[in-house]
Design a protein around this ligand. Structure first.
Ligand code: COA
Ligand code: AMP
Length: 633
């Protein structure tokens, strides 16, 4: 049966240029493209080659020129500071052009990098847009990462300027950002020329003379800066994400393709129009925040919400309903873990009854698979479509979704519905052959990827090819495994690498193992993601100590936990580890993490035929039992 989705999907695959070209007319270009898709240097593809544009112009100035300057662009809702503040598109233009001027005064020019390490305050969005305005490349680092992770990103991006704030607020705790930033700069081999610090009343940052500048001072002195035309293919931002080693991958996003895909997605996927209020309850440090707190809603001329709080505890489990009702949110986007947190505090959803949610039309969930329990709880209590959709930092927008703006399909629990237009998906076996419908395999996307997806990794074309394009030539490897059913519904079941998903945050167990391995008493270790009712997964460490270590094992465990917190950050949520005599391995020496995970989760597992010593699994079971996993000892 034909519908708008089927027509769009078919055209996007058969004739990508014919599909995306007309969609791109919805954006402003200083110069139109020579070619919608330049595929002259495969496997690198460039969308809207030859065009020049400016993402900030499209997200801010264009709306002012089109007469909606008085419409609210950003609502800052911060229950942790008891603040609600609104910025119109006129206000946004003023703030962004001034901060662009401030960056320019610090010597930032087109192509320079600016690192942004900030909490959920509007100034973070102003800084991102100001970079886009002058063609600088921003790299936002999530506040929950430790100085060491920040230093790695500083070394790779080599920012001329770093923008930060004196502190963030985690429920009731004030987290000072400036000392972490100072530590990171000390650790980094690449030093920024200047830092601009937004001083918040909750903490006063100590400034380093000559290097650090107060946000208020630089804004006071700045002259507004106009938009600078950039090539559609120029980088807009770098966003680092966990890879399979301790070295994060610098995902690059271009200007043109990104703008086109995101603006289109607002109506096609999320069903919103200019003027609607759209709320993504995430953090600007994650891709969801980049795409759906900042860029997409503003490109579409919507009102976006910057929420500084948590789904529970700020002040309670009704905060989502209060915000939806008070600000008249039409579409909301968050991670399933947020709903699990609310459900745990208010299982009967009684708090919802206190609010008028009649304007609320769609709830979108992503970041991890929406488990059927959370799905049915949200559907039954909200009585609106609850839509799981699947994407990655690399893709920038949904690979599979129920595109409600095109056609609303029936929801199948556990599935993010069908491939979005532009995504030619396949499921392959280890040899690269398609598996039968319904069979599990590696989920891949045929090249070229649609606009808005990563064109490469920051200054690392080789790693881009080896990490994503080499396992299955001609395809992008998502590193997710799953299946596609007879109706074309995609089911994403697990990662095929060492990435785990903790409260919707993507983390590498390999990176945690690297941090632990540096402890002087640890001979070897394994970290795996075990099931957690609230966060979906949490990391669990198994440690083998060096021969002759006589110290109290509990002390070593404590130090190892602190080490991960210090090196990766609190966001890793690494809180449990246990000492074992040895780790189960294959005869070739590969640690059987999957088998240990199954034991911890009390799942059926097959003892691998290649295991070097069967008895060890009983020991592992007993050790896990002592810390509350697997069968109790
Ligand atoms: N700056 C500093 N520390 C931060 C931080 C930040 N920006 N963000 C998180 N942290 C810290 C937290 O304080 C916590 O530290 P703790 O171990 O000392 O308590 C740790 O990092 C883990 O944080 P978080 O993952 O947020 O867990 P939580 O237990 O505080 O809250 C949820 C759990 C489910 C309520 C929360 O993860 C959540 O709201 N998630 C859904 C929305 C979301 O962020 N999705 C992301 C992608 S869409
Ligand atoms: P991130 O890059 O942080 O957005 O994490 C991307 C990864 O999160 C994906 O590769 C998946 O493993 C997982 N993920 C995100 N959304 C979903 C979803 N809707 N269903 C299943 N897994 C998801």
């Amino acid at each position: 049966m034909s519908n708008l989705y089927a027509e769009a999907y078919e055209q996007s695959i058969q004739d990508p240029e014919g599909f995306w070209g007309p969609i791109a007319e919805d954006c402003f270009w200083y110069k139109r493209w020579d070619k919608v898709l330049d595929d002259s240097n495969k496997p690198f593809y460039h969308w809207f080659a030859g065009a020049t544009t400016n993402t900030c112009y499209n997200a801010v100035d264009l709306h002012v020129e089109n007469g909606i300057g008085d419409q609210t662009a950003i609502i800052y809702d911060s229950p942790v500071t008891d603040t609600i503040k609104k910025y119109t598109y006129n206000d946004l233009k003023e703030q962004v052009s001034l901060f662009a001027g401030a960056l320019a005064a610090k010597g930032v020019v087109k192509g320079d990098r600016v690192l942004i390490y900030m909490p959920m305050i509007p100034e973070a969005a102003f800084a991102m847009l100001a970079c886009a305005r002058i063609g600088a490349v921003h790299s936002v680092v999530f506040g929950g990462f430790a100085p060491n992770e920040l230093a790695t990103r500083i070394n790779d991006a080599k920012p001329k300027v770093i923008v930060s704030a004196s502190c963030g607020i985690e429920v009731k705790r004030v987290i000072e950002y400036k000392p972490m930033l100072d530590d990171a700069i000390d650790l980094a081999s690449e030093k920024p020329q200047s830092c601009i610090i937004f001083q918040r009343p909750q903490a006063q940052a100590t400034m380093i003379d000559g290097r650090d500048f107060d946000w208020a001072d630089v804004m006071y002195q700045a002259a507004p800066h106009d938009c600078v035309p950039v090539a559609a293919t120029d980088p807009l931002y770098i966003l680092y994400t966990s890879g399979t080693t301790g070295e994060p991958k610098g995902i690059v996003r271009d200007n043109g393709g990104h703008m086109v895909a995101l603006k289109w997605s607002m109506s096609a996927i999320y069903g919103v129009s200019q003027g609607d209020v759209y709320w993504a309850a995430s953090d600007i440090g994650w891709v969801v925040g980049h795409s759906y707190i900042v860029y997409a809603p503003l490109l579409k001329g919507c009102t976006t919400i910057i929420f500084e709080g948590k789904p529970v505890g700020t002040p309670d489990a009704s905060v989502f309903w209060r915000i939806i009702a008070q600000h008249k949110v039409k579409t909301m986007f968050t991670a399933p873990t947020a709903f699990r947190a609310i459900k745990r505090e208010d299982p009967q959803a009684k708090l919802m009854g206190n609010f008028d949610l009649s304007g609320f039309k769609y709830l979108f969930l992503a970041g991890e698979r929406t488990d059927p329990d959370t799905l049915s709880w949200a559907e039954n209590s909200l009585k609106i479509p609850v839509i799981d959709h699947w994407w990655q930092t690399e893709t920038g927008w949904a690979i599979a979704a129920n595109c409600v703006g095109l056609h609303q399909f029936e929801v199948k629990p556990g599935s993010p519905t069908k491939a979005a237009p532009g995504w030619d998906m396949a499921v392959l076996d280890g040899d690269g052959n398609p598996v039968a419908k319904g069979d599990i395999g590696a989920i891949v996307a045929k090249l070229p990827l649609p606009p808005g997806t990563l064109p490469t990794l920051w200054q690392n074309d080789d790693r881009y090819k080896s990490a994503y394009l080499s396992a299955f030539p001609g395809y992008y490897e998502t590193s997710d495994a799953g299946y596609i059913d007879d109706d074309g519904y995609v089911f994403v079941m697990a990662r095929t690498d060492d990435i785990i998903n903790v409260a919707g945050h993507r983390l590498s167990t390999g990176a945690m193992e690297e941090a632990i391995a540096g402890h002087p008493d640890v001979a070897e270790c394994a970290v795996m993601g075990v099931e957690d009712q609230l966060k979906g997964q949490v990391p669990l460490g198994m440690l083998v100590l060096n021969a002759g270590v006589k110290r109290d094992q509990a002390d070593v465990v404590k130090e190892v936990i602190q080490r991960v917190r210090d090196r990766i950050g609190p966001v890793a949520a690494f809180k449990t580890a246990t000492v074992v005599k040895r780790l189960p391995k294959t005869r070739s020496g590969k640690i059987l993490r999957g088998t240990m995970r199954s034991i911890a989760d009390q799942k059926e597992y097959k003892v691998p035929a290649t295991i070097d010593d069967y008895a060890i699994l009983d020991e592992i079971e007993a050790s896990l039992g002592k810390i509350g996993y697997g069968k109790k000892a």
